[in-house]
Ligand binder design. Structure first.
Ligand SMILES: C[S@@+](CC[C@H](N)C(=O)[O-])C[C@H]1O[C@@H](n2cnc3c(N)ncnc32)[C@H](O)[C@@H]1O
Length: 295
């Protein structure tokens, strides 16, 4: 596997590059903990029954790369995306059910200066499309795309480009506009992952892609980073549909998987400062698994 060094502001995050050309980047977000690198495995999982999935449910949707890829590549007919964070949710609401074109044009025409950013962020009485714009703006100009409290603007960035390091207005405009072509398949809910999973516990035809905030790394990355991990395992174990649950590879997570009789595999992932890291993939079955996919 080869790796590329990505500079997120002053942070160095190393990510695997796996057939990058085969993983189109379709999300308007640069998402901390995003699963673009896992897409080859997700494709394998979604195609395990050799037919288009009727319903894909993504309860912790974040930047939504899995849902978007499934929609664009015709791997699922109906896709339900759920996110609790109101700022992230505003972006999905506006793209899928609101002023999609306004958002795309606003990004494209915005003059990115620190003064203009401050004016936008401090604007009073924001409506949902203003919140969506500010979320995209912060996601692009804050360290590592992190929106959680304590994060702040990139200072130096790549080649001294500062806040403009990750601001690609035309690309963002085109991604947002393109999503409109598949939006009939995408259904977004601002809400709680546990609720949607409980409502669909007996849904045999659903596929659940479950990517919660992790136990260790999740804390500084998201506004909503605390979840009851054991409850998530208990609920996942009861699902009648197919599922893929991802986690950091820790003793605590392996114990939970064992406690709920859930089979798992590990998958390599390189991260900050050359650390070789593995993640855990838990699934109802592994007949679809090809271990060399991400190597
Ligand atoms: C690991 S991230 C998902 C990343 C996503 N798979 C991607 O590739 O962009 C987890 C997400 O779950 C959201 N979240 C946390 N608690 C939640 C809850 N109870 N219900 C729904 N979403 C929640 C967080 O805001 C965060 O966006």
């Amino acid at each position: 596997m080869s790796y590329q060094l990505e500079l997120f502001g002053e942070e160095c995050i190393e990510k695997p590059i796996i057939n990058v050309s085969s993983i189109p980047q379709r999300s308007p977000f640069r998402y901390p903990g995003g699963k673009t690198w896992l897409i080859p495995t997700v494709r394998q999982w979604l195609k395990q029954d050799n037919k288009t999935v009727n319903e894909l449910i993504e309860p912790f949707v974040g930047g939504g790369i899995v849902s978007l890829t499934a929609a664009f590549e015709d791997m699922a007919d109906h896709i339900t995306m759920v996110e609790k964070d109101e700022e992230i949710a505003a972006v999905w609401e506006v793209i899928l059910n609101g002023k999609n074109k306004w958002l795309a044009d606003k990004i494209n025409s915005f003059d990115l200066t620190t003064d203009n950013v401050i004016t936008e962020l401090n604007k009073p009485d924001k409506q949902i499309h203003d919140i969506a714009f500010c979320t995209i703006l912060r996601n692009r100009i804050y360290h590592g795309g992190i929106l959680a409290k304590g994060s702040g603007m990139i200072k130096n960035g790549e080649n001294g480009r500062g806040i403009a390091s990750r601001w690609y207005p035309k690309t963002l405009h085109d991604r947002i506009t393109s999503i409109a072509y598949v939006k009939e398949k995408l259904h977004f809910i601002t809400g709680d992952a546990f609720e949607i999973m409980e409502q669909n516990i007996n849904n045999e035809s659903a596929y659940f892609f479950i990517d919660p905030p992790y136990t260790v790394a999740g804390k500084r990355l998201y506004t909503y980073s605390e979840i009851e991990h054991e409850r998530l395992f208990a609920l996942t174990a009861k699902l009648k549909g197919r599922f893929m649950l991802t986690y950091d590879n820790t003793a605590e997570i392996r114990q939970l998987a064992d406690r709920y009789n859930l089979p798992y595999r590990t998958i390599p992932m390189k991260t900050t400062h050359h650390l070789e890291k593995t993640e855990i993939i838990i699934s109802d079955n592994f007949t679809w698994w090809r271990s060399n996919l991400n190597n």
